[in-house]
Design a protein around this ligand. Structure first.
Ligand code: FUL
Length: 695
């Protein structure tokens, strides 16, 4: 080659490298095709339904009988219809949970629907749901628990072969699978083919995940693989329904392992310097438990709770996997249908009218002044186009002219993630009465960020990127004015039997009943606290007296008064002793002790006892949360009967909700609650509330 050609070639390479009208280069890890498709789903359903539904458990032991699985009205088309109408894009089914019972007639075990009375043993629930999904245009995914408390070989290499055979069945026989969910809960006590023992596995090596994942890639190349550590989708580090506001879709994947959760904070927020694209999925149940328990019928999450979950997941660069505990009939329970439809309808209103669409917009910088990267691309509702700046311009802004004073309270932004997640810090300002006012200062954006803001009336909105890893690339900006949703009140009763009904807004009226009837505006109006010293069901709602808008109804069940309850012995003198009877979930008795440990309570009178409930400490870090327990009763405080109940509070570490235990009715004045073990073997006991259930 002649030297002059060489110079020309070098010049042209140099020119194209700094030619700003070329699209920006990707920065850092970027999503794969299957991850990109998954991002767009945003909201999809989880279904927990199998043996536990019929045994009223969260984690079965594995010794259950297939005959017990017998839904009377099972209708997967009803599920699919509800999910579709609620705006969800797919559903993931617990084909096998920790108890090992299979919802499909697996060739590798007898512990399945084929030995149940349901459809005379000819049923295949995985098939029925896969078909319903096809009919309703939903994607279909499977959960296959790695932990199997039924299988005799669990803990040995033979079980891995069994597990992989089952995975092959699920990934071969039921059409396209969009996500395979590998649960982290693992190893412990179980039935294990009758051995009834504790089996600990080596979490790092036992499952040989690399080769298990290869099966998914081979049979369902488009499916994303979920686990605590991906490889495609990561767990968000809690089961309460939130990601951190700062949420990177990046993680140092090699530092994480499925089933080994050591760095929970980074599961919640991702890592700015993560080496792999590994976005978070928020999994949460619409009730306290993952499985159906009739006692939780009044605890289906309310509209404000579901909205919080939506905005704290989809609004924080994560997807939302909302669980439905299918009931014993085999249907999505009416209360859940009602609540999820309220959510769907409210979201429709929240995002009803994009106030930024087609408005005049200007950018402080446009990449190469090219039309291809102009500001307008951020409000054209086309996810393929974007606004970008020159490579050296990190700080930049977009200003939208709303034309006239316009009320708004939602701000939505999306990065063009095909080229990486870049924004580290941004600000939203509103022009109110001719002055710029900051309405939000935030950090990451990612696939989608939605901010809930106090309502402001503005003529212009300015979005400023203050820091980014590389030039920002914004594919979408939207502004909305969402209607206000009223929070239902909180009802509590303290040890002096005083009922308090608390509203989040003092300007609202509260109406209530104490006889289990549905309250209305002709019910009692709550003006001040009152005494209620008997068993009762209290129901209340708030109403805006100006608009007539009402909240949903809160239901609170109170058993016998705790007026004369006392803790026995030294612990009774603990400064926080009364916290466990004060009706306040935010206060706890936490004391250091060697475990096993017990507390004894004198109820002050003999009652006919048929159960108890334990609310673990709701603070951070599961401090003193009891896992295995025994419960004894006595009429004289000297001779004890029992244990009248005992076992484990399954899944309490990840889901520390109210634990309710029932047993055959027995007279009792004294209770002994014995903790046999605690989360992470802490030498602490932590109790937020203890309650009894009387007959
Ligand atoms: C956890 C399990 O132990 C729960 O039972 C539930 O399936 C939840 C989604 O994942 O790890």
């Amino acid at each position: 080659m002649k030297p002059s050609y060489l110079i020309l070639l070098t010049l042209s390479v140099l020119f194209s490298a700094c030619n700003p009208t070329l699209a920006p280069e990707p920065f850092g890890a970027i999503p794969s095709k299957r991850q990109l498709e998954w991002h767009e789903l945003e909201f999809y359903a989880f279904v927990h339904f199998n043996m536990n539904t019929f045994t009223n458990m969260e984690w079965g032991m594995g010794s259950e009988k297939p005959e017990w699985f017998n839904p009377t009205e099972l209708d997967t088309r009803q599920w699919a219809k509800v999910f579709k109408e609620a705006g969800m894009k797919g559903v993931i089914l617990t084909a096998k949970h920790h108890d090992g019972f299979c919802l499909w007639p697996s060739n590798y075990t007898e512990h399945s629907v084929k030995n149940s009375p349901w459809r005379d043993g000819k049923g295949d629930l995985v098939r029925e749901l896969a078909d319903a999904c096809k009919e309703y245009g939903l994607k279909f995914g499977v959960y296959l628990s790695p932990w199997d408390r039924n299988h005799a070989e669990y803990g040995r290499p033979e079980y891995i072969t069994y597990y992989r055979n089952q995975l092959r069945e699920l990934l071969t026989n039921y059409g396209d699978i969009f996500e395979v969910w590998f649960d982290g809960a693992n190893g412990g006590t179980g039935w294990y083919g009758g051995a009834n023992e504790e089996r600990r596995i080596n979490r790092e090596t036992y499952y040989d995940w690399e080769n298990t994942f290869k099966i998914v890639r081979e049979l369902q190349p488009s499916a994303v693989i979920f686990s605590d550590a991906g490889p495609d989708i990561r767990w968000v580090g809690n089961e309460q329904g939130w990601a951190r506001p700062t949420n990177w879709s990046l993680l140092k994947r090699e530092d994480f392992l499925p089933g080994v959760v050591e760095d929970i904070e980074h599961l919640r927020s991702g890592q700015e310097d993560g080496t792999h694209w590994l976005p978070a999925e928020v999994d949460v149940s619409i009730r306290p438990g993952w499985y159906y328990h009739p006692s939780e019928d009044h605890q289906v999450k309310t509209l404000p709770e579901l909205l919080d979950i939506f905005y704290n997941s989809v609004g924080r660069n994560a997807s939302l996997l909302l669980n439905f505990p299918i009931d014993k009939r085999g249907l999505v329970h009416e209360k859940e249908v009602e609540q999820v439809m309220k959510l769907a309808n409210t979201l429709k209103k929240d995002f009803g009218e994009d106030l930024a669409a087609k408005k005049p917009i200007i950018a402080s910088n446009v990449r190469g002044n090219s039309k291809k990267f102009m500001a307008k691309n951020a409000i054209d509702e086309n996810p393929e186009t974007y606004w970008a700046t020159n490579d050296d311009v990190i700080q930049c802004s977009l200003t939208i002219d709303l034309g006239q004073p316009t009320k708004f309270n939602r701000f939505l932004a999306q990065e063009y993630i095909r080229l990486g997640q870049r924004v580290k810090k941004f600000r939203v300002e509103a022009m109110v009465s001719n002055q710029w006012q900051t309405v939000a200062e935030e950090t990451t954006i990612g696939y989608k960020r939605i901010l809930r803001l106090p309502t402001v009336t503005a003529t212009q909105v300015r979005f400023t990127v203050e820091d980014a890893k590389a030039c920002p690339i914004i594919s979408n900006i939207q502004i909305f004015n969402a209607p206000k949703v009223l929070e239902p009140p909180i009802i509590s009763r303290n040890q002096d039997n005083i009922i308090k009904i608390k509203s989040f807004d003092n300007n609202l009226d509260i109406y209530y009943t104490t006889d289990n009837s549905q309250p209305s505006t002709s019910s009692e109006k709550y003006e001040k606290d009152f005494v209620l010293n008997r068993k009762a069901v209290v129901k209340a709602f708030v109403m805006n007296p100006v608009t007539g808008d009402k909240s949903t109804v809160t239901t609170q069940i109170f058993d016998v008064p705790k007026t004369n309850w006392k803790l026995f012995g030294e612990i009774g003198k603990h400064p926080q002793a009364s916290a466990i009877f004060d009706g306040n979930l935010n206060t706890s008795l936490i004391f250091s002790t060697t475990v096993p440990a017990e507390i004894k309570i004198d109820l002050g009178e003999i009652v006919q006892l048929s159960g108890f409930s334990y609310m673990p400490n709701q603070g951070r870090g599961n401090k003193g949360t009891i896992v295995e327990y025994e419960f004894y009763v006595s009429v004289n405080g000297k001779t004890w009967s029992g244990p009248v109940a005992g076992g484990e509070f399954s899944n309490i570490k990840n889901n520390p909700v109210l634990q309710t235990v029932t047993f055959s009715s027995i007279p009792a004045r004294y209770l002994k609650f014995k903790a046999l073990s605690t989360v992470n073997d802490q030498q602490y006991i932590g109790i937020a509330e203890l309650d009894v259930i009387t007959t």
